[in-house]
Ligand binder design. Structure first.
Ligand code: RIB
Ligand code: CA
Length: 313
């Protein structure tokens, strides 16, 4: 089976960084055509810089990194330095990037790539707010039918919100964008908090990263040490939830995940529940299914995959 061609759309973010590392460590299953940065956890000037830092940490300085949108479609940007730190990659000391940022805008790269590739051969992997994806769909509606699959981290149902009582961060930052993506007609697979909050970096799992002794292993352990303090305090968790690497792991070992093909709509009107993913898990609405909404993960299998692959870098 040839590797799946993907575009990673991301707002690094420590967990985005691990997702990118896992993708770059898995050439048998994944060909990263490019990485498009979006404003989210931290502003765009930092997310594009962090994406390049992570590519160089992986030893892949030839990866094409593009800067995308610096603000949500119709709202002011909300960032999450309280979780990810001022740089967005707080924790390890990482070298400034030397690889270039591509000149083209990330949205143009997404549109051009989907138009040039045979229909149904490129997967989009959004790990942050959906601003770039929605902007591309708005500017080039023809690309919707050319997308093989959109595999995204975002949303929540049984787990409810992490940035408000009702909404998960990626969707809450740009709910109008999320609404457009979930309505675009492309096959969508969702990794919500319902799954990612079961992918916890417990101490033994973080020790396994550190025990690699490699710059990647130590950096991931140090990122997690930093990133987990927020979730541990808030949820009393045994470790940080590794949200975004669930997207990459799905591309490599989909059998690690189980879910339901259901209707998912996005709240964009109510300030109280703005950005809520209204997931019709019990199929009571009669609305047509539009997403494979994941509900469970084989966490041990996930960390075994992650540790094995990261040790390659
Ligand atoms: O809510 C978790 C999501 O928001 C993750 O993608 C994390 O990186 C932040 O972007
Ligand atoms: Ca992210």
């Amino acid at each position: 089976m040839p590797p799946r061609k993907i575009i990673i759309d991301t707002d690094p973010g420590q967990d985005d960084a691990v997702a990118i590392l896992l993708a770059l460590a898995s050439p048998e299953e994944i060909e990263v055509l490019g990485i498009t940065a979006v404003a989210g956890n931290v502003p765009l000037t930092l997310t594009e810089r962090n994406a390049r830092i992570v590519c160089e940490l992986a030893g892949k300085p030839d990866t094409k990194v593009f800067a995308g949108c610096d603000a949500p479609i119709a709202r002011k940007l909300i960032t999450a330095e309280h979780v990810h730190g001022k740089t967005g990659l707080d924790g390890p000391t990482l070298r400034d990037p030397t690889m270039p940022l591509q000149d083209r805008h990330g949205v143009d790269f997404i549109i051009d790539t989907l138009r040039r590739a045979p229909a149904g051969t490129v997967t989009l992997c959004p790990l942050g707010p959906l601003t770039n994806i929605a902007t591309a769909l708005d500017r080039a509606p023809d690309i919707a039918s050319r997308i093989q699959e959109i595999v995204l981290m975002g949303g929540a149902y049984f787990e409810v919100g992490n940035i408000t009582p009702a909404a998960e961060f990626n969707i809450h930052v740009d709910p109008e964008a999320a609404r457009m993506v979930f309505a675009c007609g492309a096959p969508i697979t969702v990794m919500p908090l319902d799954v990612t909050h079961k992918a916890l970096v417990t101490a033994p799992r973080n020790d396994a990263f550190r025990a690699m002794g490699s710059p990647v292993g130590v950096a991931v352990a140090e990122m997690t040490d930093f990133f987990e303090r927020f979730d541990k305090e808030k949820y009393g968790n045994a470790g940080a939830p590794l949200h975004d690497p669930c997207v990459t792991a799905y591309l490599i070992q989909p059998e690690l995940f189980t879910g339901r093909h259901i209707n998912v709509e996005i709240e964009t009107q109510s300030e109280l529940t703005l950005g809520m993913t209204v997931a019709d898990w019990w199929r009571v609405s009669g609305r047509a299914p539009n997403a494979m909404f994941m509900g469970d993960i084989d966490a041990d299998g996930f960390f075994e995959l992650l540790t094995n692959r990261l040790s390659r870098l």
